[in-house]
Design a protein around this ligand. Structure first.
Ligand code: NAP
Length: 319
């Protein structure tokens, strides 16, 4: 994309993900906002042939149809570490570079995973609702809950986030087990070659793997059954890791103890039936949503775009 000035580069932002990112894209590049064009075809007809870069976001597919509409596209810079919304095979085939935002969000997502585990076991949101509803005064002390410290914590996907979760859980005297594609050099962490055995040997299962064809619905009916009525499922990966109808019926029938969920299969539409349940804690995909991390993610998106435009090495290439 070698050019005289960055402001010549047409960048398509898929979604108003972050005000600072949008402002900086607007200041440095020639910015087009997808959501301002309805239907998007009008934007593609007018500008499709000039757009050189796309800023992606989870839930907004970069697929063959979009790539067909953008024949001059050179780079997809995603405001996320997960890149399951990007058709990598198509990008590779067309020579389009892809970048993501690893590392800078790891601590926040790991913090939320542990937060959800404690919230689900200690019923923090439920206890908060109890106080707000005046029930403390009316009905007396809140029900006893279950401790997090010392529990057997299992991590599905011991990558950057999974490892950060493990370190945090260790500080709570939890024992750690995990399943990943490959065994890692952590002798204190017990490796399981399959997820059912992992789930059968833990109290809290934390999903932190990337979403791909193999991990789609990896938390199946069998895995949920192995976790059992005392087990807790925490998902800070992607909604589609979990077979959601199976999760809902297991929670309704108390075949699963509790769940703490940041991600859902069809966002922003968590299953209706979960909303009335007292054994789930629900948050709206906020794993990396702190001021600090979103600024760092935005800077990485901008730096990758600038590096590409100036023919310099990408900071965090996926392809
Ligand atoms: P990462 O370092 O690439 O870790 C991904 C992990 O997934 C690796 O441990 C990998 O195993 C494992 N994995 C991949 N395919 C697998 C398979 N078929 N079976 C078992 N394990 C498999 O990525 P990360 O930075 O930790 O991020 C992980 C994911 O978290 C992202 O992809 C994203 O979907 C999600 N995330 C969510 C939020 C949120 O807001 N909730 C924020 C950021 C990220 P190996 O190490 O053996 O290859």
């Amino acid at each position: 994309m070698a050019m005289d000035s960055l402001s010549d580069v047409s960048v398509l932002l898929m979604y108003p993900v972050n005000a600072y990112l949008e402002q900086e894209l607007d200041r440095r590049f020639s910015l087009l906002r997808l959501w301002e064009h309805s239907p998007p075809d009008s934007l593609f007809r007018a500008h499709g042939s000039t757009i050189r870069a796309v800023v992606g976001y989870h839930g907004h597919k970069v697929d063959a149809a979009l790539l067909d509409a953008l024949p001059s596209l050179e780079i997809v810079s995603s405001f996320s570490v997960g890149i399951n919304h990007v058709d990598l095979a198509e990008c590779r085939e067309r020579g389009i570079r892809v970048t993501n935002t690893p590392d800078v969000l790891t601590d926040d997502v790991a913090d939320l995973a542990v937060g959800l585990a404690i919230a689900a076991l200690r019923k923090i949101p439920q206890a908060d609702r109890y106080v707000r509803a005046g029930l403390w005064k009316a009905k007396g002390d809140y029900t006893l809950t279950t401790r997090f410290s010392g529990k057997r914590v299992a991590i599905l996907g011991l990558g950057r986030i999974g490892l950060a979760v493990a370190k945090r859980a260790e500080a709570f005297d939890c024992s750690i087990s995990y399943h990943s594609r490959s065994q890692k050099p952590f002798p204190n962490y017990r490796f399981f070659t399959n997820v059912v055995d992992l789930a059968a040997n833990c109290d809290v299962l934390i999903v932190a793997c990337s979403l791909n064809a193999e991990t789609h619905h990896i938390v199946s009916r069998e895995v949920i059954h192995a976790l059992g009525p005392e087990g807790v499922l925490i998902n800070i990966g992607r909604g589609a890791h979990v077979d959601e109808p199976e999760l809902v019926s297991a929670l309704l029938e108390k075949r699963l103890g509790a769940a703490g969920l940041d991600v859902f299969e069809h966002e922003p539409f968590p299953p209706e039936q979960l909303l009335g349940l007292d054994n789930v804690v629900l948050v709206p995909h906020v794993g990396s949503d702190t001021e600090e991390t979103c600024k760092a993610m935005a800077d990485l998106v901008l730096q990758n775009l600038e590096a590409h435009a100036l023919n310099k090495p990408l900071l965090t290439p996926v392809i």
